[in-house]
Design a binder for this molecule. Structure first.
Ligand code: FAD
Ligand code: FES
Length: 1274
């Protein structure tokens, strides 16, 4: 084997030659750290989020064709790139050279918010266009369907009729494939390349012979093709391979051979290539799975051979290939042989498996015969880019005429350690006619053969059992139908969602005044070009150290000992920060209860910070962190769930209570009383940019700059860093350029980590960086509080609710954090849009042994609002009325009083409701839904509408004060700074709009550099929907001060320029700098009397959603949502509609698919996008309409605007109640008329199990307590 130690590839047209490449290096860190191409982002490191998407181009010297495909740089070993061209977002376009039409359109159509995932989005679309300059809807769906949908609003609006011109797409302007690489591929002698690193050797054979030689020499070495199976195992499961064999461009592995009896496909073909090939054939079943398997990037990287040989338990293709009688063509030095892809192969039975030294060359996929039918089924948590919970391949062959089963094969994924074949069941059914008796027998046989214990990994055991037979029933129906007609069935084609339709109302204002106009996000173009800088995009500094946390692995335990010796002995490890290094400052009195930074005595949750390793590189710090040995002594009790906390009386402080009217008396006069409860799961923030910080000592006077991704720089500066370093706050400056999403998760949790990060500087004087991996971030930082709501409602038969008694319990986790504040806000907002004349609301924050939960967009309201709406839905069912009727009946009308006696004018609430009824054609569609339901037994539709009253305010005047600093420079340009953080909501854009209006100058003349404690001290947290409101008033104040000073100068020279006026002011010794200040809205709340004026104003709205559910699988489709909002006078309708849509989608995820799973020992299982599913593009309702009420006056707010960051989250529950409606319809048809209890999130599992039928009755049920379940609801 001849070695060639040089790795050659191109990045954005520039040649890269690596002489000493480390085979363990992935493309993502190489681009970011070595080439300083930071446009490609880290979001998860496991191929699940798409933030790291790049385009790979390869030239094939035999076919002379270039293949462009999207790939996840986080899973691409750089050694696999020899001869390839990599295009990153920087190579697509930039503000310095030329912006690409894709970048321009995404930015100008408001397709960015925090912008962190935008470069990945650009690369997906760019690659699509390189291959298909005029893509079809199907191709677009394929490219984007599985992309995570965190916050995007794609809409192009007409601003007062003006049409925006876009750059045309001109394929001749694109980067060409580097000719040098082409020549290299054509001319260079093809020989095996070997790259030797410190720990790993990479061998790239280029012929089949060399591949076999390598395999003989290193039989244990994996053959890495796409690295999408090996990569995650190395990264997340600690697998290590000293040798890797990665064949390159071996023709035989890419064979495509059509024969009379089937198709032979090379093992090296990517799944995307397989999909393209199958399109021309009639492999409907395989194509169906290939359309939903992973995302476009993974399908382009992953190989058919890698997929088959990996034999993942949830493989989508193996069950189908197994039932399809496929065979595997193997090759070794001894020669060729064929083995069947059958159960023995799938269970790795040695006699049926590949032998050491053998490789898979190709796969034979036979064509279906006449009277043979093959189908594929899968159900996942999300429609696309989600591993199946259960999948299946099924095949039946009847022989000529007659409908008697001659052959039957059924294989399942997701229900065992690998694909499971129901072989015995199938055997017993041979010879039977395809009829209902056979169906019944088949279901029983399958349940008997494919048994799942109650404790099975992955949980959802009863759901999985039900799916086993529901899938078979679907197969039965499908085949029966075809048998009747003998017409091939076609699979449904997904429609691509129509995204936000923005209604902008004409305004009578000066054309140059930007307020109220849909101005593009200030960083929009930079988001799309990758030039927007986030914390970890800052270049590595001289002597920089990296800090990695060591966390507890026990939920409640005493730490007996901590052994640091092995970790300290690793090369590159500089130090380990323990409690002693914090010099006595290891706890802070947060919200009235001390919270420790590092715990060295008694841990109270898994994920608690114990110590932190500091090394000269990220890799070494993380390796060493794993070598810290902690010995624990478990302690009792371990309290994980709300119910356990109630049993143990484990609460933070006492109850919070709000009472109005006389509940007990009212209960005596009502017609009916109902009692119920609903449980609601928590939610992960899933900001795209993980927790990030960089502390840079300045070298003199103890000064330090802290760059951090935080919503609260003052808090980090004063409360944390200055206090732990024991230096005055005036020495520590905290800077935030922008934040890649936060949603409440970058307030307290960031502070704790930011307090520890700079501490190594005390000993070593070096800059220290800390960037959490996605899994660590999800484990450590907590999220939205799970809730238990119990209610007792007293109502009249006509639906009027006269008395309501509600109890809220939130799972606060191990420390107080903001849990009591969340409970308080939840109580103050529990009435949502309704006037309950007599009520009692009580709430408790439970102390448990889970990571501490914290603020998340909506702050208690998404939970408390759902509890109220659920109660109303139940009242409606009791009264035999539609929930919408009962909602309308109980709503606030005109001027009224809230439970805390604050005045409310509900005119706009009613208007939103009526407008939403009208725009959604609620009544007509209700009839259509009922008709659909009467005609369909296994599919049901649901329609629901919910109102919204979202009170805006932070319960304290001081917490709402804001400041700004505005400078005018002598060239007339203006610099604005304020205390708000840009985290995607567009606050900086709005602030420039404000300065532009107030100073009457074009926006292009105003600049904003970022937020810093150096320019605006003591700024409040950015959150609570108020950032633009409060800071805007401060910016306005500063601008007005300046204008007032300058007015005499301007009036002397009205035709002058800003440069003239600035110079004149300077000459007259008039200051060109002003601070602006807003003291905060008047706000108070007295919990003793239950009275107050906690909020400044109310945002009103309504949303109507329609869904369709599949009663057999629990899948649901979001068909349409109409949202009407009262947003006052919008400062920037494009940004506002993005906030509403993004919040709605986040809420929809919260209430339907986002499910955190904990083990019975309190370990969070869901630690990445592969296990935790936020909505993807394919989950956005096929139609999503957002419209605003005509602007109304709001005298105290900034230009009568309203804060919109949070309210839309709650509207996501319209989807929850639409599903509820559909499930109720299914149950009614099945004669199940009793109360319906559905908890949130309303996942496919809950939907399926609630649609009870003969199949759910057929499955075995386990006695509660007879087994330890895999996961527990908390
Ligand atoms: C984010 C993500 C999402 C995913 N979603 C899905 C999904 O929805 N559904 C699904 O079914 N799967 C899914 N997968 C799994 C994916 O399909 C497999 O990881 C992939 O097909 C493996 O192919 P590969 O080429 O990357 O394998 P590699 O990682 O390169 O190799 C895997 C194994 O196959 C062996 N191997 C490879 N080629 C040969 C050969 N020619 N001869 C002998 N041995 C060989 C290797 O030795 C190695 O052990 C997902 C994976 C990721 C990372
Ligand atoms: S960082 Fe690569 S896919 Fe998430």
């Amino acid at each position: 084997m001849d070695g060639a130690a040089e790795l050659v590839f191109c990045v954005n047209g520039r040649k890269v030659i690596e002489k000493n490449v480390d085979p363990e290096t992935m493309l993502l860190p190489y681009l970011r750290k070595k080439l300083q191409l930071t446009g490609t982002k880290y979001g998860c490191g496991g191929g699940g989020c798409g933030a790291c998407t790049v385009m790979i181009s390869r030239y094939n010297p035999i076919t002379k064709r270039i293949r462009h495909y999207p790939a996840n740089a986080c899973l691409l070993p750089i050694c696999s790139l020899h001869g390839a061209a990599v295009t990153t977002v920087e190579g697509v376009g930039s503000t310095k050279a030329r912006i690409h039409p894709v970048q321009e359109r995404i930015a100008k159509c408001h397709g960015t918010q925090c912008g962190f995932c935008t470069p990945g989005m650009v690369m997906s679309i760019y690659t699509l266009l390189r291959n298909h300059p005029e893509p079809t809807l199907d191709q677009l769906t394929d490219a984007l369907g599985g992309r995570l949908y965190v916050c995007v609003c794609f809409s192009k609006d007409d601003d007062d009729g003006e049409k925006e011109e876009f750059l045309p797409l001109d394929p001749t302007q694109e980067l060409i494939f580097p000719p040098e690489l082409m020549i290299m591929a054509e001319k260079q002698p093809q020989r095996t390349r070997v790259f030797v690193g410190d720990r790993m050797t990479w061998i790239s054979p280029v012929t089949l012979k060399e591949l076999l030689e390598a395999k003989v020499k290193y039989p244990q070495a994996p053959i890495v093709m796409g690295n999408t199976s090996v990569g995650p195992e190395v990264r997340f499961k600690g697998a290590f391979h000293p040798v890797i064999i990665s064949p390159e461009c071996i023709e035989e592995l890419s064979v495509v051979n059509h024969a009379d009896d089937g198709l032979t496909l090379g093992a090296g073909l990517s799944l995307a290539q397989v999909k393209e090939i199958l399109k021309t054939q009639t492999y409907h079943a395989l194509l169906k799975h290939l359309g939903t398997l992973a995302g476009c990037q993974i399908r382009n990287m992953a190989s058919l051979g890698g997929h088959i040989v990996s034999r993942h338990l949830d493989s989508d293709l193996n069950p189908l290939l197994a039932v399809g009688n496929c065979t595997l063509n193997l090759l070794s030095k001894e020669g060729e042989r064929q083995i069947p892809l059958n159960e023995q192969f799938l269970t790795k039975c040695p006699s049926a498996d590949l032998k050491p030294g053998e490789i898979l060359v190709s796969v034979n996929i036979p064509y279906s015969r006449k009277w043979e039918f093959v189908s594929a089924f899968r159900q996942a948590q999300r429609q696309q880019n989600a591993l199946a919970i259960v999948n299946s391949g099924m095949r039946v062959f009847f022989g000529e005429g007659g409908g008697i089963i001659r052959e039957l094969s059924i294989a399942y994924g997701g229900v065992g350690p690998t694909t499971i074949c129901a072989k015995n069941s199938c055997q017993k059914l041979i010879g039977r006619p395809w009829n209902e008796e056979m169906l019944d027998a088949a279901c029983r046989l399958i349940l008997d053969e494919v048994s799942l214990p109650g404790w099975a990994p992955g949980g959802k055991v009863e759901f999985k059992r039900t799916l086993l037979i529901s899938f078979f029933f679907k197969f039965y129906l499908k085949v029966s139908q075809i048998l009747k007609t003998m017409v091939n069935g076609t699979d449904r084609v997904l429609a691509f969602p129509v995204l936000g339709v923005l209604v902008i109302r004409p305004k009578s204002q000066l054309p140059q005044d930007p307020i109220g106009r849909p101005i593009m996000h200030l960083s929009g173009i930079k988001h799309t070009t990758g030039e927007a800088i986030y914390c970890d995009d800052m270049p590595v500094l001289d002597g920089e150290l990296f800090l990695a946390f060591v966390t507890s692995s026990r939920a409640h335990a005493e730490i007996v000992s901590i052994d640091l010796s092995e970790a300290l002995s690793l090369p590159g490890v500089v130090d380990i920060v323990t409690e002693e290094d914090l010099r006595g400052v290891n706890s802070f009195g947060l919200f009235g209860e001390p919270e420790k930074l590092l715990e060295t005595q008694e841990v109270s949750c898994v994920g608690q910070l114990v110590c932190a390793v500091v090394a000269d590189s990220e890799v070494q710090a993380k390796r060493a962190a794993k070598r810290v040995k902690i010995v624990y002594q478990d302690l009792e009790p371990v309290i994980l769930t709300i119910e356990e906390a109630i049993r143990h009386h484990s609460f933070f402080q006492g109850e919070r209570k709000l009472e109005y009217g006389n509940v007990d008396e009212a209960f005596k006069v009502v017609d009916q009383i109902l009692e119920g409860e609903i449980h609601m799961g928590g939610q992960e923030h899933f900001y795209m940019e993980t927790q990030s910080m960089l502390a840079v000592p300045k070298g003199e006077d103890q000064e330090m700059d802290v760059y951090v991704s935080s919503q609260f720089p003052k808090y980090i500066q004063v409360t944390w860093v200055a206090a732990t370093l024991k230096v005055p706050a005036n020495k520590i400056m905290c800077h935030v350029k922008r934040v890649g999403g936060a949603f409440g998760g970058k307030v307290t949790k960031t502070g704790i980590m930011a307090a520890i990060t700079p501490s190594p500087h005390l000993l070593h004087g070096c800059p220290v960086r800390c960037i959490l991996e996605r899994g660590e971030d999800m484990l450590i930082t907590g999220g939205r509080h799970p809730y238990l709501g119990k209610y007792k409602a007293g109502f009249m038969n006509d639906g009027r609710i006269l008395a309501l008694d509600v109890e809220h319990y939130c799972n606060g986790g191990s420390t107080l954090d903001e849990s009591l504040f969340v409970i308080e806000i939840g109580l103050l907002k529990v009435d949502n849009a309704y006037k309950f004349p007599n009520l009692r609301f009580r709430g408790w924050a439970c102390r448990t042994n889970l990571p501490s939960n914290t603020a998340l967009r909506g702050f208690g309201f998404p939970q408390s609002g759902l509890i109220t709406e659920n109660c109303i839905t139940e009242v409606a069912a009791k009264c035999g009325l539609s929930p919408e009727k009962v909602r309308m009946m109980n709503m606030y009308k005109e001027i009224d009083q809230t439970p805390y006696k604050q005045e409310i004018d509900a005119t706009n609430l009613i208007q939103c409701w009526k407008e939403c009824m009208a725009t959604s054609s609620y009544s007509l569609r209700k009839v259509a839904v009922e008709k659909f339901n009467s005609e369909n037994y296994w599919k049901k539709k649901g329609l629901a509408m919910v109102p919204l009253k979202f009170p805006v305010g932070v319960l304290s005047t001081a917490a709402a004060q804001a400041a700004a600093l505005v400078h005018i420079y002598l060239d007339g340009s203006v610099l604005v700074t304020h205390g708000g953080i840009e985290m995607g909501q567009g606050v900086h854009t709005k602030m420039i709009q404000v300065a532009s209006r107030e100073l009457r100058m074009p926006m292009s003349n105003v600049h904003l550099r970022g937020t810093s404690t150096e320019t605006v001290p003591n700024a409040n947290v950015s959150g609570g929907s108020l950032v633009a409101d409060l800071n805007g008033l401060a910016v306005k104040d500063a601008c007005q001060t300046l204008l007032k000073r300058l007015e005499p100068i301007i009036s002397k020279n009205p035709k002058g320029t800003w440069k003239d006026w600035a110079q004149a002011a300077f000459d007259e010794s008039i200051s060109l700098s002003a601070t602006g200040y807003f003291r905060g809205y008047e706000s108070h709340m007295n919990w003793e009397t239950g009275e107050g004026h906690p909020f400044e104003y109310f945002v009103f709205g309504a949303a109507c959603s329609e869904v369709e559910i599949d009663c057999l699988t629990g899948a649901h489709k979001n068909i349409r949502t109409d949202i009407v909002m009262d947003i006052g006078h919008s400062i920037n309708p494009a940004l506002d509609v993005g906030q509403i849509e993004g919040a709605f989608i986040q809420g929809m995820g919260l209430y339907t698919i986002e499910e955190l799973k904990y083990s019975p020992q309190g370990v969070l299982y869901t630690r990445g996008p592969d296990q935790y599913k936020i909505p993807a593009v394919s989950d956005v309702p096929t139609e999503l309409h957002v419209s605003f009420l005509p602007p109304s006056q709001n005298s105290n707010t900034l230009y009568s605007s309203k804060g919109l960051g949070e309210p839309g989250v709650f509207l996501g529950c319209s989807v929850f109640f639409a599903i509820h409606d559909a499930v109720r319809a299914a149950r009614q048809e099945r004669g199940l008329l009793g109360p319906l209890k559905l908890d949130s999130p309303l996942t496919p599992e809950k939907i399926r199990m609630a649609c009870e039928d003969k199949f759910t009755k057929m499955i075995p049920r386990d006695e509660p307590g007879s087994y330890v379940p895999w996961n527990i609801p908390v």
